[in-house]
Design a protein around this ligand. Structure first.
Ligand code: FES
Ligand code: FES
Length: 172
């Protein structure tokens, strides 16, 4: 098919098969296996990537629907030599055990902090206007689409909170 998808700053041709999910396109066609397949049904968040600045479940969307879009996967967020602030914080706070959910957690957290910076309220926000203050409740609510079978939730929240404070978000 015509067109390309920008993935981590590189243009890749759209797959010929229109049935291929964005998740399978990333993992199988491009070899970007950092994005994980958990449920393949939109329930676990392991496949979370960032498309045009917004987090989505890549198992629930077709690659061809993203012709011309800009996709960021965990490989585009940081590298082993140059980890991002969130990747460093997950290591510092032990925000994982097996690590299977971690790429999705970090992609989700990256976009989630941008949502807070843009003033998007959540169900846990005390009001719908004004600056959103970081709290454990805000983080838990906003990260509720990313499951962790190892139950590392307390340390995931701590890691995200630390980065939010480093980035200058007001915390309570
Ligand atoms: Fe996409 Fe579980 S693999 S939400
Ligand atoms: Fe194992 Fe989250 S670290 S599923």
């Amino acid at each position: 098919m015509d067109g390309s998808i920008d993935v981590n700053g590189t243009a890749h041709p759209v797959p010929d098969d229109p049935r291929v999910s964005l998740l399978d396109y990333l993992r199988h066609d491009l070899g970007l296996t950092g994005t994980k397949k958990g449920c393949d049904h939109g329930q676990c968040g392991a496949c979370t990537v960032i498309v045009n600045g917004q987090r989505i479940n890549s198992c629930l969307t077709l690659a061809v629907m993203h012709t011309g879009d800009s996709v960021t996967t965990i490989e585009g967020i940081g590298t082993p030599d140059q980890p991002s602030d969130l990747q460093r914080a997950f290591m510092a706070h032990d925000g994982f055990q097996c690590g299977y959910c971690t790429p999705g957690q970090i992609c989700s957290a990256q976009a989630m902090l941008d949502e807070i910076a843009q003033g998007w309220p959540s169900d846990a926000s005390p009001d719908l206007t004004g600056t959103i203050k970081i709290s454990d409740e805000e983080i838990r609510e906003r990260m509720s689409g990313n499951l962790c079978r190892c139950g590392a939730y307390a340390n995931i929240v701590a890691a995200i909170r630390a980065v939010a404070e480093e980035r200058g978000h007001e915390a309570v």
